[in-house]
Design a protein around this ligand. Structure first.
Ligand SMILES: C[S@@+](CC[C@H](N)C(=O)[O-])C[C@H]1O[C@@H](n2cnc3c(N)ncnc32)[C@H](O)[C@@H]1O
Length: 190
């Protein structure tokens, strides 16, 4: 599978509110995100999903927005400040194969990002280490970039890293899977 990292300027297009007509963040996320949760969003871009996540977790919750591009995270901070939600949004700059989250999370969102990871198994291993034992993860990939067989390979890598597939939620223009931490364990290294 070809890896290509989304250029920072596409971050502005992805965070455009018009996208809500096609992919409504509240509708997509509200089944999984409850007040008080800690949410880990990996590959946040400029925050199209981060700000709705911050609303869903409420004042007692928090969102950790992780990205490999500082310009994306700058966009997240700007949007969080404008929305008055900066207290519950934490940004973390990571390296493609190294993610260090400051708090264990109850839920993780990985939207249109896994196909950009150089080593998908390691990518999910890092995420799994940052989650609580009962956490779930919503994996979503764009249909126009990721074929059904490539998506199946991504899910297999996530299973290898210690996740179990629960269901296939319907999200427009996307291939998606709801995953849970597999309590039977995770591999130590590839
Ligand atoms: C196509 S954008 C999607 C942004 C956002 N999730 C959305 O749907 O609007 C992919 C994002 O993932 C980031 N990214 C790529 N590889 C990553 C990795 N290994 N770890 C964290 N972020 C990554 C990119 O910098 C980019 O911001």
């Amino acid at each position: 599978m070809e890896q290509h990292v989304c250029p920072w300027w596409i971050g502005y297009l992805l965070a455009n509110p018009i996208r809500k007509l096609f992919q409504n963040p509240m509708k997509i996320l509200s089944p999984y995100v409850k007040t008080g949760m800690t949410v880990l969003e990996v590959g946040s871009g400029m925050g199209f999903f981060t700000i709705p996540l911050a609303r869903l977790v409420g004042p007692e919750g928090r969102v950790i927005a992780v990205d490999i591009q500082e310009r994306m995270l700058r966009g997240v901070r700007t949007r969080a400040r404008r929305a008055g939600l900066e207290d519950r949004v934490h940004t973390v700059l990571c390296e493609p194969d190294k993610l260090e989250a400051p708090f264990p999370a109850d839920f993780s969102l990985v939207f249109a990002t896994a196909h950009e990871a150089p080593h998908v198994g390691v990518f999910f291993q890092q995420i799994r280490s940052a989650l609580k034992p009962a956490a779930t993860l919503l994996l979503v990939e764009p249909k126009y970039h990721v074929s059904e067989s490539d998506f199946a390979a991504i899910v297999t890598d996530a299973e290898w890293a210690g996740f179990a597939a629960l269901s296939r939620p319907m999200i427009r223009g996307s291939r998606s899977a709801l995953l849970a931490v597999n309590v039977k364990g995770q591999r130590d290294s590839i």
